[in-house]
Design a protein around this ligand. Sequence first.
Ligand code: PMP
Length: 285
Amino acid sequence: YDDRDGKIWMDGKLVEWRDAKVHILTHALHYASSVFEGERCYNGKIFKSVEHSERLHKSANLLDFQIPYSVEDLEAAKYAVLEANGWDNAYVRALAWRGAGQDMGVASRNNPVRVAVAAWEWGNYYGDAKMKGAKLDISKWRRPDPKTIPSEAKAAGLYMICTMSKHAAEDKGCSDALMMDYRGYVAEATGANVFFVKNGEVHTPKPDCFLNGITRQTVIGMLKEKGITVHERHIEPVELAGFEQCWLTGTAAEVTPVGQIGDFTFEVGALTRDIAESYEKLVRS
Ligand code: PMP
């Protein structure tokens, strides 16, 4: 991804893609003092763009730093990047981190906060077989207790176990992993929230120790508008045996049906298809 033509926005200006670099003594690289966003632009419009910029600010504040650009500045930066690269449909990655400077210990009071926005073309997150139903492994890593980490933040440090879980899943021929939380309840996939269907009603884990995704909230709104009951609650892993359908939600994943989690199988049923189609329509409208 690094050596190519294109433009990336860094600290207030567009730079050449291959020159968008940081110093090796960047605080974030050593201590994970970094927050980010994943967004998608559809036909020239970023879906829920302001919500994403606001979440980036919130994530930074949860990590105890301030982003030196307003939400409006970030909005302008995102569209400047899309325009500079000539993309109407792309994934947008905004990030903010504690940079290199006077401090090289855990404390970082005198280092600048850096901000960048990049974008790239990214098709289906789980590949071309999207509507066939993804196969998920069950991760050995658990989402941590919110008393041990600011789990509401979309922060780099929370992804270390996601990468490890996803690699382990891929080694077993799966496209992702379902993670339990610190109590043993079903939580989420490594970059997406999870939903289940049983007897025409929807069940989804209560986001009390993981990201309450923007797509998740959008899909819950869509389900309620369709008159479907949604239960946000703690879900025990043994319940997987009784669910009929399952899907994942996320900006990158959009609405992706799940066909299998560990030994449990699910059908790509009518409600799953309906929600995937409705989401597709909404983001492009
Ligand atoms: N959980 C995790 C761990 C994620 O990385 C993402 C993707 N940002 C989500 C959930 C879904 O969030 P959203 O719908 O806001 O993209």
